[in-house]
Design a protein around this ligand. Structure first.
Ligand code: HEC
Length: 109
């Protein structure tokens, strides 16, 4: 292989690697679990992945159960002074659904 050829080859390899990593990144971005991303805001108090937090385990909690608590109990006026109130109100109902869906699919510890 001449010098020119090896240079071209090297460029091709770099290009393929770059294209490959861009592709991998876009696949990763697409498959990022939106629920987990949103739920990461809960990890601080409820533990990473809803496990072993200081304030109750969320991993494996029933989806309807969690949504009921978040949408009704915790968002209500009566709950204004609770720690969970601003968190329950800080997300749209759709986001809470994604969050509850994420936690409900984790194995119960
Ligand atoms: C700043 C700390 C903090 C953060 C952040 C937080 N929580 Fe909580 N959470 C609490 C506390 C304290 C309680 C228990 C007392 C209460 O109900 O207010 C609780 C209770 C709960 C309960 C009821 C648990 C049970 O066993 O009935 C659920 C469900 C819940 N949180 C979900 C979430 C979700 C979902 C998020 C993220 C969107 C979140 N929490 C973020 C502090 C937090």
């Amino acid at each position: 292989m001449g010098f020119f050829w090896s240079l071209a080859m090297r460029r091709a390899v770099v290009w393929v690697m770059l294209a490959g990593s861009l592709w991998a990144q876009s696949v990763a971005a697409q498959s990022v679990n939106d629920g987990r991303l949103l739920a990461s805001g809960c990890f601080q108090c409820h533990g990473t992945s809803g496990l072993k937090g200081g304030f109750g385990t969320l991993a494996g909690m029933g989806k309807e159960d969690m949504l009921n608590k978040l949408n009704n109990d915790m968002r209500s006026k009566d709950a204004r002074s609770s720690i969970m109130n601003p968190h329950a109100r800080g997300y749209t109902s759709y986001q809470l659904t994604l969050i509850a869906d994420y936690f409900s699919k984790l194995p119960k510890p």
